[in-house]
Design a protein. Structure first.
Length: 273
């Protein structure tokens, strides 16, 4: 008896082991937390960077490199989360029952929804930062247009200077700084545009995943509904068969004949006694 109990207990423990996709789900949730922290850090760095008055120094360039690295890191983490969710959607074991499969598919849907929110949040932040850069660049461009002249004309006049029209060192440094500002902003615009394109591609993939997940759930609901209809029809058929069997006249005749035979046998036995 003890051996049987131990074996039954061992089988019970094995049946309660968590499937592999549970661990993958934990990894996705951990990555979501990292993405949220990185988004807050990037937003703080962008706000600080856009309000910095000086350009071209080492601190300014270091901030740009840091934001580029954070942008690439967030994009990479979002793509990694998408791959992990795809793994969960395909990690089905042989012993998986209908309730476990339903739980896994609902988990995938919830993870896709969270990933879509994070991706949309990142894209919105990047678009806002891009607008801030463009607004800052337009302000610099308007500042460059002094006395109705463009920056190119100013540099031409600087090269072909005459004694009657000379530029001071402060004016020359200001024009050089303004040109450096425009170049830095153009570089930032290119970086942000690149990240937004990658996010748009990721968002399209997420949309297709949502559509596929909805199709799978609809197909499962249809199969469950059809199975329920078949079971109901089978119950009705069994009920009708039972009623028909109970109301069959042949069965009544057989039952009556059996009783009559038993009575006759009893009478024969009694008469011989």
């Amino acid at each position: 008896m003890s051996l049987v109990s131990l074996e039954e207990g061992g089988e019970h423990d094995d049946s309660r082991q968590q499937p592999m996709w549970i661990h993958t789900c934990d990894e996705v949730e951990f990555e979501f937390g990292r993405v949220r922290r990185c988004l807050e850090e990037l937003a703080t760095a962008q706000q600080k960077h856009i309000s910095r008055p000086n350009f071209g120094d080492e601190a300014f360039e270091a901030e740009e490199r840091q934001m580029e690295n954070e942008t690439e890191q967030i994009t990479s983490m979002l793509s990694h989360c998408q791959r992990l969710i795809n793994m969960i959607s395909t990690q089905s074991s042989r012993n998986e029952n209908n309730s476990e499969r339903k739980l896994r598919e609902n988990t995938v849907s919830a993870l896709i929804f969270t990933l879509s929110q994070l991706t949309n949040d990142f894209r919105t932040r990047q678009s806002k930062y891009l607008r801030d850069i463009k607004n800052r660049t337009s302000n610099v461009d308007s500042f460059l247009l002094t006395t109705g002249q463009s920056d190119d004309l100013q540099w031409e006049e600087l090269v072909d200077v005459t004694p009657s029209h000379e530029y001071t060192m402060d004016q020359i440094q200001q024009m050089m700084m303004n040109e450096q500002t425009v170049k830095e902003r153009e570089k930032e615009v290119l970086v942000v545009n690149s990240s937004i394109r990658e996010l748009n591609s990721l968002f399209k993939d997420l949309s297709s995943m949502v559509v596929d997940q909805g199709t799978i759930l609809d197909r499962i609901d249809y199969n469950v509904e059809q199975a329920s209809i078949r079971v109901s029809r089978a119950v009705d058929s069994v009920t009708k068969a039972e009623k028909h069997q109970r109301g069959d006249k042949k069965m009544h005749c057989i039952f009556c004949q059996t009783i009559a035979i038993i009575v006759i046998l009893l009478l024969i036995v009694l008469t011989k006694l």
